[in-house]
Design a binder for this molecule. Structure first.
Ligand code: PGA
Length: 248
């Protein structure tokens, strides 16, 4: 089954208004792309990003959302607010949030559900640490993380995007090999198949030190449907060349 690839830039807590304008302009100038392309930006930049990208086929999104719809949750941003700014995607369960904000599997699942309820597609991140990989726990860890989301989304599980991001590969320059990544993607696909009839049409992205020089070999693997790109998403030329590496 052919799946249209998706490449998403995760800007993390980087950017400034002038830098963003230059970056977005560089991406806009490079169109058309053969894959879907999105940028997930810090909350304060959503409004400007939406204005800049409106009318183009580029998509935008955020990097987190609340499990709640509204209320006394200082500092939180709801999925409904993201939808108001035209967000197509929201990253949930990034390993930095799991580690630094102690997000549990169930909280991540609840965020995914809150996003879908507002028409925003969650990009659900799963991935093992180096210690877990070395202890032979990779499969158990990613299955546990995905299972919480599948059980919470029930019949809507087919609407999420999954991102496999081994924690040891994020920001380290040490990407998983295409074979290592494909092996985990195949496991995740099998788990999705058992849960939803839409599994073969779902996108499973790889993230973790994707660069212009390793993108095409990673993206050529059968179950890798694009990437979630951190550091290399901050330079237009690098991000564009990664988008060009995506298979049709
Ligand atoms: P990286 O980050 O590309 O800088 O490794 C990926 C991510 O954290 O989403």
């Amino acid at each position: 089954m052919s799946r249209r690839s998706l490449v998403v830039g995760n800007w993390k807590m980087h950017g400034s208004r002038p830098a963003n304008a230059a970056l977005l302009d560089g991406i806009l100038q490079a169109r058309p792309f053969t894959c879907d392309v999105a940028v997930c930006v810090p909350f304060p930049y959503l409004s400007e990003t939406a204005v800049t990208l409106a009318g183009s086929d580029l998509r935008w999104g955020a990097q987190d959302c609340s499990v709640h719809e509204q209320g006394a949750y200082t500092g939180e941003v709801s999925a409904g607010m993201l939808a108001e700014f035209g967000c197509r995607y929201v990253i949930v369960g990034h390993s930095e949030r799991r580690a630094l904000h102690a997000e549990s599997d169930q909280q991540v699942a609840d965020k995914a559900k809150a996003a879908l309820a507002k028409g925003v597609t969650p990009i659900v991140c799963v991935g093992e640490t180096l210690a877990q990989r070395e202890a032979g726990q990779t499969e158990a860890v990613v299955k546990r993380q995905l299972s919480a989301v599948i059980h919470t989304l029930t019949h809507c599980a087919g609407e999420m995007v999954v991102a496999y991001e081994p924690v040891w590969a994020i920001g380290t320059g040490l990407s998983a090999t295409p074979e290592q990544a494909q092996a985990v993607h195949a496991l995740l696909r099998a788990q999705l198949r058992a849960a939803t009839p839409h599994a073969d049409g779902m996108k499973i992205l790889y993230g973790g030190s994707v660069k212009p020089d390793n993108a095409s070999v990673l993206f050529s693997m059968p179950d890798i449907d694009g990437g979630l790109i951190g550091g290399a998403a901050l330079k237009a030329a690098d991000f564009v060349s990664i988008c060009r590496a995506a298979r049709l």
